[in-house]
Ligand binder design. Structure first.
Ligand code: ZN
Length: 315
């Protein structure tokens, strides 16, 4: 039996509904100082605005240690009725104190991910802090700009091991959309993670149609995300990328997300496009370009497949 692992429990995939497949309610990284997403009230407003347009689920791709606020997620889901999938995993090394990474590697990174997927996530960013009962439903990893450093390779290996132990899907941050072929080669080629358990993110930031077709040929999911100021240079090519991939027979592998990474990108409190943009602007656009059936695939049936797993609850 496949299930989507939400912060309120496991869910039959066909009950997931309209899904923002890559977004953030909380995020705190030094590179975005002053624009942190760390206000539960603002997160609730944004989720409610998404829900009011028919949004039913959001996958938060914020991994451990960068202000994920796992302890706040169940209450937010209950308050808004929007289902939330949370992530374990790690971002690039630059986002963490070196001693924290050393500690996690020493204790066993794959075991750390497995515990968050099967027992419950740590409430905060302290590895010695309290652990809640809400479980992560995916593993987030990150590549580097046009390559993979030692940290990225170690995290990919641990994510693959945690996938084999649990079945969890793996979502990938690609720096400016690059190095996706390398990541796929490691996760799928080297470590044997099935391609349909891999969600390749930020591909709209590197809109090379040949690369997109090569990635799609593997069977992996291709996640397009935005809009925000950070992605604006390539956001306008998202729809043409989706149209080209659909024409090549890959409609069933396409995902869309808002990837709200800054307070100013929020619709409810920041005056930005935020999560509502997906349903207010992008969905009608996709319906016009690709038809209602393809839009339904991108917003409902594809995320239900991409975010669900045959969970093996390693004890
Ligand atoms: Zn993201």
């Amino acid at each position: 039996m496949r299930a989507v692992r939400t912060v309120l429990g496991d869910l039959a995939p066909d009950r997931l509904g309209v899904c923002d497949a890559h977004d953030h309610l909380f995020l705190r990284i030094p590179a975005l100082a002053g624009q942190e997403l760390d206000d539960p009230g603002a997160a609730e407003g944004e989720l409610a605005a998404f829900g009011a347009l028919g949004g039913a689920a959001v996958a938060q791709w914020t991994p451990f240690g960068i202000g994920r606020r796992a302890a706040d997620l169940p209450a937010l889901s209950r308050a808004t009725g929007v289902r939330l999938v949370a992530a374990t995993g790690l971002h690039q090394a630059a986002h963490y104190p070196p001693e924290l990474l050393e500690r996690l590697h020493k204790d066993g990174l794959a075991d750390f991910f497995v515990a968050e997927l099967t027992r419950g996530m740590l409430d905060g960013d302290d590895p010695d802090g309290p652990r809640g009962t809400a479980r992560a439903g995916m593993i987030k990893v990150a590549g580097m700009f046009h390559g993979l450093d030692g940290h990225a390779l170690r995290v990919l290996a641990a994510a693959a091991e945690a996938h084999h132990a649990t079945g969890a899907p793996i979502g990938v941050h690609h720096e400016m959309g690059t190095a996706a072929v390398d990541v796929l080669g490691v996760l799928h080629g080297e470590w044997g993670v099935p391609a349909d358990s891999i969600l390749l993110g930020h591909l709209n930031r590197f809109p090379d149609p040949g690369v997109h077709r090569e990635l799609a040929a593997s069977g992996a999911f291709l996640a397009f995300d935005g809009p925000s100021r950070a992605h604006h240079a390539t956001d306008w090519r998202t729809v043409e990328c989706l149209v080209a991939l659909a024409a090549a027979g890959h409609t069933g592998q396409l995902l869309l997300g808002g990837d709200t990474t800054t307070a100013g990108a929020r619709a409810s409190t920041g005056g930005g496009p935020g999560m509502p943009y997906l349903l207010r602007t992008l969905r009608p656009r996709l319906e016009r370009e690709l038809g209602a059936e393809a839009a339904e695939a991108v917003f409902v049936t594809n995320p239900a497949r991409a975010l669900s797993a045959r969970w093996r609850d390693a004890s």
